[in-house]
Design a protein around this ligand. Sequence first.
Ligand code: TNX
Length: 525
Amino acid sequence: MRVRRVTLVAVSLALAGGTLAGVGPALAAPASSAYADIVPAPVTATATAGVTFTLRPDTVISTDTPAVGEYLAAVLRRSTGFALPVRPAGAGTPNGIALLLSGAPAATADEGYQLDVTGKAVVLRARKAAGLFEGVQTLRQLLPPAIEAPTVQHGQWTVPGGHVLDFPRFPYRGAMLDVSRHFFTVAQVERYIDQVARYKVNRFHLHLSDDQGWRIAINGWERLATFGGGTQVGDPNHGGFYTQADYRALVTYAAARFITVVPEIDMPGHTNAALASYAQLNCNGVAPPRYTGTDVGFSSLCVSKDVTYQFLDDVLGQLAALTPGAYLHIGGDEAQSTTPADYAMFINKAQAIVAKHGKAVQGWHDVVHATPLPSTVAQFWDTTTSDAAVAAAAQHGTKLVLSPANHAYLDMKYTAQTPLGQDWAGLTDVKKAYGWNPGAYLSGVPSSAVLGVEAPLWTETILTSANIEFMAFPRLPAIAELGWSPQSTHAWGAFKLRLAAQGPRWKAAGMTYYHSTQVPWPAGA
Ligand code: TNX
C-alpha cells in the first residue's frame, strides 16, 4: 500500500517557497490531523495517512529512562485507567511505547527529540532525558483531548501515525509566578508548574519577596517569614511562606519536569516586608509598618549599612544551598528611592555575594546600570523596543531574557472588560502576546544575545488557581511557542488554530482559561 505523507508544518511550506502569510486552506494541514495542532509548533511534523497506533490496557512503556517512563505512565493511567507497565528497554525492535536515549539525530541536542508513530509502536528518541520529557508533551497532544482528564474516561486512545523531529529555538523558556503579592500554596504552585510543563517551559521563576510579603524561611532571620510573610495585597492578616523543606519540594517537583527553579529575592527596592521585619535594615533604624497596597518604588534596603550585606549573605547563601539551578534572581527593578550611584554600588556588591555562593545573577534589566559580571543575565521588562543601556550591555556580552511587559506580562488585562489584572503596559489579547520576534525585538540586540523568553505573572489582582489559569491561558502557550518554535513557523493564522485545539484539552484537565474572541475555539470547549 502506498502511504501518503502530508507535510504539515510551516518550515516545509517555507522551503517550498510559500510565504507564510499566504498559506491558505489548500496547503494547510487537514483539520483532523493532530500533527498540525501541536503547541509549540515543532520543527517538522508529518502525518502518515491511514496509520494509527492504539493504546491498550497492556501496552508496555519500555525505556532506559524510568523517571520519564513513569511520568508518562502516570499521565496516561489517570484518564485511561490502563495498567501501562513500565519496563527496561530490551534489545530488538521496539513495540508498544518506547522512550529511548539512543538513535536520535544530533540536531535534537539537549532538549529535542524524534518521534515515530506506526501501527505497532510509538518510538520516542532523544539524546538527553529532557528531550524524552519534551517529546512526551508532544505525544500527549497527539492523543484525544480526554487523555488530560483527571479521572477514567471511556475512549479510543489512538495516536495518528507520523513523524516529528523537534528541538527548541532558545534555551531559556520561562514562566514566573509572583507569590509575594498573593501567596500560593505548594500545591497551587505545583499545579501551575504542571500546566506550563505541557508547553515545554524549562524555567520557573519564583518571585519570593516584595513589599507585601516575604515568602521563604531564612534561618537566623526568622521574622522575615513569620512577620514579613504574614500579609498580602489587601489583607493585613493573611499571607504565608514556604519552609525550606517546602521550597526544596517545589524544586524537586519542577526538576522532575525538567524545569529549573530561578528564585528571586527582589532588592534593593521592593523590600518593605523585610524592612518591616527588621528595624536594623532601615537607614533610620525604624521599622515601617507592613504594607498591603500596590504601589511600587517606595522601599529600599539601607545600602550604606554593613548589616545589609550580612543580611544578603545569609539570605542568598541559604537560597544558593537550596537551589540546584545556576542562577539566583536579585530583582533590581524600580529602585526609585535609591540614587543611581548607590544602586550601582549595591548591585555590584550583591553580584559578588551571589558569585561567592557559586551562583550567577539574573536581574531585571535595570541591573545593566551597575557593572554586570560576564555571567549576569538581564531580564528585559519594559514596553519599548529600544534601550541604549540594554543594547550596550548586550554588545558587551550580557545575555538577555525577554519579558516585554506589553507582550509577555500575563497580569495585563486582555480587554478593557477583563475582570482581573492591570493595564499599565496596555491591553494584551493573545494575538498581541504572540506578535513579536524575540530574536529581533530590541534594537541593537542580536539574536545571539537572547537566551530566551519568560512570561511573568504578577499577582496584585490574582488570588486563586482559577485566576492564574484565566490569565495564563491562552497567553502562556503563546510565549512558550515564541521560545521553542522556529521563527519560520510564526504565523498568527496558523497559531490561532493550534491554540483552538488546546481548548478541549484544558477543559478536560479541569483548567480555567480565557475564551479570547481572537481564537476559533471548537464548540463546547
Ligand atoms: C512591574 S516591571 C513590576 C512589578 C509589578 C508589575 C505589575 C517589574 C520588574 N516590576 O513589581 O507587580 O509591574 O504589572
